[in-house]
Each structure stands twice: as C-alpha cells, then as structure tokens.
Design a protein around this ligand. Structure first.
Ligand SMILES: [Zn+2]
Length: 486
C-alpha cells in the first residue's frame, strides 16, 4: 500500500496589511520531507508513525508552510498547488493521499483556499481516498467535506496533539483502503463566531465540548469527531466553528451526531462575550500582582494569528507606568541591526516597533544598553503549540532599558517569530523565572510555553491585526447571521 503525503499550511489574516508571498514559504520535498518532519510534533510526524504502524509506504511530495500573515498571493498558491498535483500525477501507483492543510488559508481569488486545494486534488486524482488534517483554527467549508473522504482536526489548543491526529487520519485511511471501513462525513456550522478568547480546550466552555467529541469517538459506528474553533481573522463565507463527524458507512448517523454537538455549542452562545482589560489596565494588574512572573498575552499582536509582531501598545504602557522586571519581544530588523553595530555593552537610542503599518501602535523612542547579541536560532524539545522543533528569529539583540526599579529587557529580532517556545527568550540569555512581567504576542498558543514558567497569565485586549473583537462592518464575506453580530 502506497500513500502520498502533501501539505500547504497557512493561516491567513484578512486584516493584516502584508500578503504572504512565495518567498515567505519554507518547503520540504521528497525524502527530506520525511527526515524533517519525523523529528517534530507535527501531524506529518503522525503520518510517518502511521506508515510504520499500519504497514504502508509513504510517498512524500511537497509540504510548504509560512508564518501566518496576510492572504497568500495567487502566484504562491498556484505554484504550490500546481507542484503538488504534478507530483501526485507523476507518482507510482497510489492507494491514497494524506494531505496536511491548515484550514484557514485565504488565497488571492480563493477565500476558502483549503477547499480549493482539496477540490483540485480530487479533480486530478479521481476517486483515490483522501484524508485531510486541519488545525483547530480551521474555517471548514462544505466544499472540502465533499472533496475529501476523511477530515481530522486537532483537539487541543495550544495544539499539542498533532502527531496523534496525523496518526488517527492515517489509521482511518489505511482501514478504508483495506476495505474495513467506509468513512461518511457530515459538517455542521453552528451560527456563532466563537471568539478566540474561548478557544482554550483545557477550560470551560470549550473543554466540555471537546470532551463530548472525544466521547463520541468511542461510540459504535463512529470513526472520528472533530470540533474546530474557527479563525475569526479570515473574512471568508465559512468563518466560524465547525463540527465534523465521520461515521462508518452511515451518513445519517454522522449528520445526527454533528447536529447534536452543534446544538450543544449553540446552547452556550450567551456565555461567549469576552471581558478583557486594555493594555493600560492589564499592565497595572501585572504591576500589582503579588505572584510573579505574570505573562501578558498580547491578543492584538498575535503573531501566530497573522499579526505584525511589532506592536507597541503594551510596551508603551510598561514604559509609561514605570514597570520593573519586564520582557518584551518586538520584530524590528532595523533596531536589531543598530544593536549589532553598537556591540555588546554599547548604548543605543532606537525607534522601536510600529513600523509595519498604522494598526500596531506608535514607533517608540527607546534607549538603553545592549546586553546580548545572538544569531536567533533556537530548538524546542518539548511539545509546544504547533509542534515545531527548529526555529529562527534572525539576528537578535536584548537591550537593557530604564533605571533601577523601572528596568526592562527589550528583545528585538530580525524575523517575525511567534512565542510558542520559551527558548525564543532563553536563547538570548533571558531567565524568565527571574522576571516580573513577560509579554507574549499571542492569544492561547503561548500558554504551552509560558504556563510552566509563569504564576499567572492575563489576557490583553490590545489593538492590531488580531484585535480580540471586530465589528461585523469590517467583514465582507463572513456570514452576518452569526449570533454575536445579530
Ligand atoms: Zn491554530
């Protein structure tokens, strides 16, 4: 049995000013794809484990991924989909396809771009069984369900179960190919937005909904059940949560169970109104906290959700309120370069952050002493959101800012890098446990990295491409019938 592996993985933010271009993607192809993903906690690592466990050969084609940002250009989209289809067609006889798609990719011309990828792969490969895996932040369209045999979505946020989900998809696919099961899928889209604030799968209300999905998977006749939280920063027709049930040969059963879970989500719609402090209030709360360190989750500059990474709203408040023992990371290649020019111990006067567009706060005047210079590479051996192992944030400097009693450490890096690993700051010599306030530019994802070192986490309703709340007027394609917008 031979199963092809392919992937295009991108979460695209309709509100971010910078498109995602061909050169933004990292690409793994052929045998190197297997070598690379084998050592990660990605779902493709689960596909690889599945090949060993369920006795099939993997045929690696291409997997491309880029850091979340604005919509993918038509050039990049056509390039990668074209290459994947070309390689699938040129492959020796295949029995199935494992396709890693994020589920929230927007491409120029194709708002529901993952659905379009699935449609094209189906059109090119006839009735070959296709299993797809998605991120929990997927906005699943009916088109994708129609094109695929199997869809499995991560069950955790922070995403730490990717290998298990890849393995699950591989198992169902292998059983389908052997004629042991006949997957039938149903999709239900509850008419809620389900704000990202409520996406943590370890606490209410998502925890019990996810538990219901887990319980359903052990019921008679059910092969899989997924609940996606959705991704509110993609302005697409199917934006919002999804319930996907796969039953063995029984489409009506899949539909019935999906509707039952959809009703459970609809029933809690009144609870889904986030109350979150603004940057000034959040910084005050952190300064008053008796427990330390406090992690401030900068929702508006959620890099993993496609924001700039150079927002200054929280830093501005830390400086203004004279906070002590803080750490902030900002993407600012120009400032990093100035620090390298000054050298370790050098004094610098910088214009920091707010440079990408006018959504991410003012450019701030910051001066201080260069404490560390680092090449910006780091490695993560633990399971953290996204399952990655090797990271790079480009040449990185840490600057000591402020006088005694109001001191902070500003990390400036040269490449946008989400705070999914604590080693983003430890690699540059920062000891998180010795600090009072750590700012993580993310929503739920950084929890896996920051909960182990922080006494308390506080969400911050900051501005930016990933601001916690947007008015329905800012959307053109999303369904205006969603409960939160009625
Ligand atoms: Zn996600």
């Amino acid at each position: 049995m031979r199963i092809a592996v392919a992937g295009i993985i991108h979460e695209s933010n309709s509100f971010y000013s910078q498109p995602t271009e061909l050169s933004d993607f990292s690409v793994h192809e052929g045998p190197e794809l297997i070598d690379y993903y084998r050592q990660t906690f990605h779902e493709i690592a689960g596909y690889i484990a599945g090949a060993e466990q369920f006795d099939f050969e993997l045929y690696p084609t291409l997997a491309a991924g880029a850091t979340p940002a604005g919509p993918v250009t038509a050039e990049a989209f056509e390039h990668f989909v074209g290459k994947i289809i070309e390689q699938l067609k040129a492959a020796p006889k295949l029995d199935g396809i494992l396709l890693a798609l994020h589920g929230a990719m927007v491409a120029e011309g194709f708002p529901q771009a993952d659905g379009e990828v699935a449609r094209r792969v189906r059109a090119a490969m006839g009735d070959l069984p296709i299993a797809i895996t998605h991120d929990y932040h997927a906005n699943v369209p009916q088109q994708l369900i129609d094109a695929a045999d199997i869809l499995i979505i991560y069950k955790t946020n922070p995403h730490i179960d990717q290998p298990e989900r890849g393995l699950q998809a591989a198992e169902i696919l292998a059983r389908q190919i052997r004629g042991e099961v006949k997957p039938k899928m149903a999709l239900v889209k509850p008419e809620v937005l389900f704000n990202i604030y409520f996406h943590n799968t370890s606490v209410a209300p998502m925890q019990s909904l996810m538990q219901a999905a887990i319980d359903l998977e052990s019921a008679e006749g059910i092969l899989g059940c997924s609940v996606a939280g959705g991704y509110q920063y993609a302005d697409v027709p199917y934006m919002g949560p999804s319930i996907v049930v796969i039953a063995d040969g029984d489409e009506a059963l899949a539909q019935r169970e999906a509707e039952r879970l959809g009703e459970a989500m609809w029933a809690i719609r009144e609870q889904l109104k986030p109350v979150v402090p603004n940057p000034a209030e959040a910084v005050r709360l952190a300064m008053e906290s008796e427990e330390a360190p406090v992690c401030l989750l900068d929702f508006g500059d959620n890099i993993g959700g496609g924001s700039s990474g150079d927002s200054t709203f929280v830093l501005e408040q830390l400086l203004k309120q004279g906070a002590d023992g803080w750490v902030v990371s900002i993407w600012d290649a120009e400032s990093a370069q100035a620090c390298f020019a000054a050298g370790i111990g050098g004094q610098v006067a910088l214009n920091v952050g707010g440079k990408t567009d006018d959504m991410h706060g003012p450019v701030l005047d910051v001066s201080g002493r260069v404490r560390t210079l680092h090449d910006g590479s780091y490695e993560e051996h633990e399971r953290r959101h996204g399952g990655g192992r090797y990271f790079s944030q480009g040449p990185t400097a840490v600057i000591e800012v402020g006088a005694e009693g109001h001191k902070g450490l500003l990390l400036v890096n040269s490449e946008r890098a989400y705070p999914n690993s604590i080693h983003q700051i430890t690699c540059a010599g920062i000891q998180p446990e010795q600090q009072k306030i750590l700012v993580a530019k993310g929503a739920v994802a950084p929890r896996a990295a920051y909960e182990p070192v922080c006494a308390r986490l506080i969400e911050v309703a900051s501005g930016g491409a990933t601001a916690i709340d947007r008015s329905s007027d800012e959307y053109q394609l999303a369904r205006k019938t969603l409960y939160e917008w009625r």
